[in-house]
Each structure stands twice: as C-alpha cells, then as structure tokens.
Design a protein around this ligand. Structure first.
Ligand code: SF4
Ligand code: SF4
Ligand code: SF4
Length: 267
C-alpha cells in the first residue's frame, strides 16, 4: 500500500467515525470542527518529543537523523506524495507503530531541537535532574469507535489492551453487564488520556478491517475550552485567578488592565 493510500485510509476511518460514533467513547475528549475541513496534513503523527506542529515544521531541518536512529523503521520522511511538509518525519501506527524504546534513540540525535528531549523526560523532584522517559511522550490521542469495536458488541476481544506497553494504566478493560443477553459481560477498552503516549500499538493490533481504535494528533482530537473558564481545583488556574484579582485591585489604567488580561490569557 502506498503512503498516499495509507493517508486516505486514515481519513476514511475518521470520516466513518464521525458518521457513526458521534462523540461517544471519547473519554471526555471533544471534537472541534468537521472532519471534511481537516487538511490531511493535520492528521500527521510526529515522532516522540516533537514540538507543536507549526514549530516542529519550522525547526525540523529535514536531515532524517531521527529516521535513521529508529530501530523499528517506524519513522518515515514525507515525500512529495504525502500530505505534509516534505522531508519531515512522521509515522503511521497501522503500518508501524512507535515501540516506545526506553532509550528513545530518535530524540537526542535531533540536531535542530525539533525533537526536544525535555518533552520526553521526567524530572526527579529530589535532585531536580531529568531523565529520558518514553512514558511521558505525547504523540497523539487515542479514540475508540464504539460502533465498530468488537468489545462494544459483546464479543471478547482484547487485542488493543494486550498490545499496550502501558496495559492496565493507559488502557484498561471496563466490565459491564450485557443487558441484551442478560447473562454475558462486556469488557470494553477505556483509554486514560493522561497516561497514553499515542504510540499506536493498539491501532496496529486492532483486528477489525479498519482499526476501531486510532491515534490522532492532539490538536485534531482535543477541544479548547476558552481561557475565560477557570477551574477552582486546578493550581495553575488558581494562580490565574489570583493574578486576575491583583489586576482588578490595582490602580492600572484601562489600557494596562487590558494588557494584563492578555498576559493572563497567554499564561
Ligand atoms: S521511540 Fe523507538 S520506535 Fe518510537 S520512533 Fe523513537 S526510535 Fe522509533
Ligand atoms: S532529526 Fe530533527 S531535524 Fe532531523 S529530520 Fe528528524 S526531526 Fe527533523
Ligand atoms: S496508544 Fe494505545 S498502545 Fe500506546 S499507550 Fe496509548 S493505549 Fe497504549
């Protein structure tokens, strides 16, 4: 199958999901915009540690070092036939997923910073040192099409669950009584988006003709609540609220207040 056909397949799957599944099963994730408006390039999955798409495309010097470093041939460099910036690395999990190498060889070799080790590292709180941690990667967001996932039909299938390197945490099986038969149970996969890395091993393992579980770039799959909502239980939001109070209590001119507001929103 050509890369072009692969991209089309991903688009077909996503369109089918929109037609059939609506917003069900997205585990709190919401969709924005209609899929027909999406450019295929927006569906491109980048290597672990990649900067946000715009910055990544600007920073990547198309050297292919990350591609060469990947022992699984997961990463490809986009050709003129692909729907993304030519020469930039991407991967298609249905074909070859990211195997979540512990030493993440593709990232530290990047000479341009387009792949950033900080984005695949965790900080040791005791000595403030950082160490590579592939489990902190965020390559994409996983969604499940409940209409075509066999587990949601009541058929026993845990292929995605078993393929996951973070089985039991990134993906778990939820037991539910099957009211239709009255004597069987559903074992439905559920994604924990905070833990899932978007490696795509689940998409790769899915046994349906077109995968019922797929990885999408975060920007495509997640919504945006707007900066005027503040979560009282969130430390960062709490900070924004306090900053806002300070602004209101200050004797700033209306212009300054407006500028401060912009700062708050940016933060
Ligand atoms: S983590 Fe490993 S498998 Fe994944 S893209 Fe990097 S080198 Fe390839
Ligand atoms: S190593 Fe970095 S600069 Fe080179 S192709 Fe990969 S992402 Fe781009
Ligand atoms: S993408 Fe799939 S296999 Fe990879 S961590 Fe997430 S749930 Fe597990």
């Amino acid at each position: 199958m050509s890369d072009n056909q692969n991209t089309s397949t991903r688009r077909d799957v996503i369109k089918a999901m929109f037609r059939s599944v609506g917003l069900l099963g997205l585990g709190g994730i919401t969709w924005s915009g209609a899929v027909d408006k999406l450019k295929a390039s927006e569906l491109t999955l980048r290597p672990p540690g990649a900067l946000a798409e715009k910055e990544f495309v600007k920073a990547c010097i198309r050297c292919g070092t990350c591609v060469e470093a990947c022992p699984y041939d997961t990463l490809k460099l986009a050709t003129p036939d692909d729907y993304t910036a030519i020469g930039t690395p991407y991967f298609e999990p249905r074909k070859i997923p990211c195997y979540m190498c512990v030493d993440i060889p593709c990232v530290p070799v990047c000479p341009s910073g387009a792949l950033d080790t900080i984005l695949v590292s965790t900080i040791n709180e005791k000595d403030k040192t950082s160490s590579l941690d592939i489990n902190s990667a965020k390559m994409g967001v996983v969604i499940i099409d409940e209409k075509t996932c066999l587990a949601f039909w009541g058929i026993q299938c845990d292929a995605c669950y078993r393929a996951c390197p973070l089985m039991g945490s990134a993906i778990s099986l939820e037991f539910k009584r099957n009211e239709r038969t009255g004597k069987h149970a559903f074992m439905q996969p559920v994604i924990n988006q905070d833990i899932c890395t978007g490696c795509g091993l689940c998409e790769h393992a899915c046994i349906t003709e077109k995968p019922a579980i797929i990885v999408l770039p975060q920007k495509v799959a997640t919504g945006s609540v707007g900066s005027h909502y503040i979560k009282g239980w969130d430390k960062d939001d709490d900070k924004r609220l306090n900053n806002l109070k300070n602004v209101e209590e200050s004797n700033s001119s209306p212009e300054n207040v407006l500028n401060d507001w912009e700062d708050l929103i940016d933060n």
